[in-house]
Design a protein around this ligand. Structure first.
Ligand code: IPE
Ligand code: IPE
Ligand code: MG
Length: 253
């Protein structure tokens, strides 16, 4: 049985989040400069988006550029921004054709004007689409997002719009960049590092974490299926005991 056939379509995560890491090391291994690795990573994005859309996954968040990545050499940063513009321009037709809606989380105002324009147009063109929700995390920092949410709630309190006692996880969620999106149940990180790197710290509270040594430019649908099969082998207990979880499971006919 191939990997795809092993996936139980009734137990898919609603939301998958991916830290697309390893482009630079992949390029080095191929005796190329780092930018070549980022360029090759675009094919992995296509495969992952297509793979998720085909399976009927509702939400896919791709960590494409962190707030900390601005500190990289200017050539690399500029190259990534140009790649972002050309990729969105090239792929927006495919998004529309496949009923994929684009969203962006992060400090969009920090992106170059050409990038903001291209993204804004693609977001507008896909805003009424109802298939996969593709969320790009750009100039994204989870700590900044949380601080931003705290500031925005404090403002509402100071204006008398809400009472401090009314602040609960639902209210807090509403002030995050991800307001309205379900939390990811599965987080995949490629490139062999075992860390979160300031990605969705609040939202990943109960996500299953999957780490692979595969560098992002080598990531294909099969790797996605592998992560999903692994995800489905986990027992998600949410603080309960294994016995309780088994009792709660619906009877399989
Ligand atoms: C991830 O690959 C892409 C971005 C962070 C933009 P890296 O560029 O971090 O690749 P490595 O980790 O150096 O191999
Ligand atoms: C995380 O990768 C950010 C993205 C994949 C966009 P990094 O390569 O920036 O993370 P660190 O620096 O290794 O933690
Ligand atoms: Mg990296």
């Amino acid at each position: 049985m191939n990997l795809k056939e092993q996936i139980d379509l009734t137990r898919l995560p609603r939301h998958i989040a991916v830290i697309m890491d390893g482009n630079g090391r992949w390029a080095k291994e191929h005796h190329q400069d780092r930018l070549f690795g980022h360029q090759e990573g675009v094919q992995s994005v296509r495969e992952t988006v297509e793979g998720c859309a085909e399976l009927g996954i509702g939400w896919l968040t791709l960590y494409a550029f962190s707030a900390e990545n601005w500190d990289r050499p200017a050539d690399e940063v500029n190259g990534i921004m140009e790649l972002l513009v050309s990729t969105i321009r090239k792929e927006v037709g495919t998004l529309c054709k496949n009923n994929i809606r684009l969203h962006v989380i992060g400090e969009a105002e920090k992106l170059p004007a050409t990038c903001r324009k291209e993204l804004g147009e693609a977001i507008g063109m896909t805003s009424s689409l109802t298939g996969l929700n593709l969320i790009l995390a750009l100039s994204y920092s989870s700590r900044l997002e949380i601080v931003h949410a705290a500031r925005s709630i404090a403002r509402e309190v100071s204006l008398g719009l809400i009472h401090p006692e009314d602040i609960d996880p639902a209210v807090f969620n509403h002030h995050l960049f991800t307001a309205g999106f379900p939390d990811p149940e599965l987080m995949i990180r490629t490139g062999g590092e075992y860390r979160i790197s300031n990605f969705l710290l609040y939202q990943l509270a109960y996500a299953e974490l999957y780490f692979t040594n595969t560098h992002w430019p080598d990531f294909r649908k099969e790797h996605l299926y592998e992560a999903l099969v692994n995800y489905q082998s986990r027992e998600r207990r949410f603080g309960k005991t294994s016995e309780q979880i088994k009792q709660d499971e619906p009877m399989v006919s």
